[in-house]
Design a protein around this ligand. Sequence first.
Ligand code: 4FN
Length: 232
Amino acid sequence: MEIDILSLFPDYFRGPFDVSMLKRGRDMGHFDIRHTNIRDFAENKNGRVDDRPFGGGPGMVLCPGPVARAIRSVKKPGSRVIYLSPQGSLLTAAKCGELAKYEHLILLCGHYEGVDERVLQKEIDEEISIGDYVLTNGCAAAIVLVDAMARFIPGVIGHPDAVQEDSFQEGIFDSPHYTRPENFEGMEVPPVLLGGNHAEIRKWRKAEARKKTARVRPDLLLGEHCEPLTIH
Ligand code: 4FN
């Protein structure tokens, strides 16, 4: 998969995509991430790409021209163009599985108060939000989307079973984890995990996961979220 990220701060992405799983996925050629600075498409010599909002109000708005030219500079037949936006539909594991099937994603990150509506209408296929909180720019959202989606690209995660077994693939929380030592500052590991009865362990883990999900996120056990997620 090819991913083009359009933003005003390409440097923002230096750390996250150059370590751990995402670096491995890139090095192995499972996906390729390129960065475009929207400022390179400014109309004027001083590189300004924002202006004051028509109708008044605080802050600045990203101008449609530079954004349109930035998108068109990377767009090809079959590209999926996504605007990371607080007005988008909420990102889910199921959506990540869907997005992982595209050959080419273009991710537009917002800045200032947002992007002129007309270029969104003209060039964007889909608006996605990572959650209900205020961000200073859309770059952090693009990092979350790429990280959450990467695991659905075949080969990015070492062990294929790991993807399916992961927390949330089942639509509920993961069970608690324990490792050595057996006694940590007076706290013991639950005895069932040391007993070697794998049927009992499975049962215990399922019950613990359900208990905590019911307490913290009852919404995950109700309604449309109760279908277990499956990949491809
Ligand atoms: N945020 C809200 C309401 C109104 C504005 C914001 C907000 C960055 C360019 C967008 C935020 C959250 C999740 C992109 C938030 C996301 C952004 C995202 C984002 C600068 C304009 C802005 C949701 C609290 C009601 C700033 C809430 N997922 N404006 O944060 O880009 O993708």
